[in-house]
Design a protein around this ligand. Structure first.
Ligand SMILES: [Zn+2]
Length: 191
């Protein structure tokens, strides 16, 4: 599946919007990605998971781990394609943890996947959880790398599509300066 084919699937489901957006961080952006709108269709989720698995399968992972919530379905579908387990980490008092009795074997090879890589922060936190549990991270993946490929995690990395998304402080936002109205995706102002 090419980058363009993947982005076409996202556009078709209104999961990739182009324009002028206010992100939850308060920054303004020229693009907005909402993977849940694509992943709500199990057949599409399965197809995307299989495509990502085909890029990471050579790493022979025995388990796929993702940060909740955004990564859960991605891990599940990649793991389905690889025939391995899918686990997730979640925040407890702000700290990413492997909970619910999930365990890794000593040295067990693991993939860490996400829906979207922005800064790589939650991927790194999940990698740390895997290592603390005794596992060994052999590669990372995401449906979309919106860092333009700039995030390096020191391991093999795969994404179905790579995008350069511009984020701006509101005071310096060129989209504001050009008078384009800003919308908060997911809120009523979008309608
Ligand atoms: Zn703006």
């Amino acid at each position: 599946m090419s980058d363009q084919e993947v982005l076409e699937i996202f556009r078709k489901h209104s999961a990739l919007l182009e324009g002028h957006f206010i992100l939850s961080s308060g920054l303004h952006s020229d693009r907005y990605i909402q993977c849940a709108l694509v992943l709500q269709f199990p057949k599409v989720a399965e197809q995307l998971g299989a495509a990502l698995a085909s890029k990471l399968g050579h790493l022979d992972a025995a388990v796929v781990v993702a940060p909740a919530l955004g990564g859960v379905l991605v891990a599940h579908e990649v793991a389905r394609a690889l025939g391995v387990r899918a686990l997730f980490t979640e925040r407890q008092d702000g700290v990413m943890k492997l909970r619910r009795g999930f365990q890794l074997k000593e040295g067990e090879p693991a993939l860490v996947v996400e829906d979207v890589i922005t800064t790589g922060g939650s991927t790194r936190e999940t990698m740390q959880c895997v290592e603390e549990a005794g596992g060994r991270v052999v590669g990372v993946g995401a449906l979309i790398d919106r860092s333009g490929g700039a995030v390096s995690l020191g391991l093999p990395k795969a994404a179905l599509a790579t995008l350069s998304v511009h984020n701006y402080n509101p005071a310096e936002c060129p989209l504001c300066k050009s008078g384009i109205p800003a919308v908060k995706p997911g809120s009523r102002s979008q309608k």
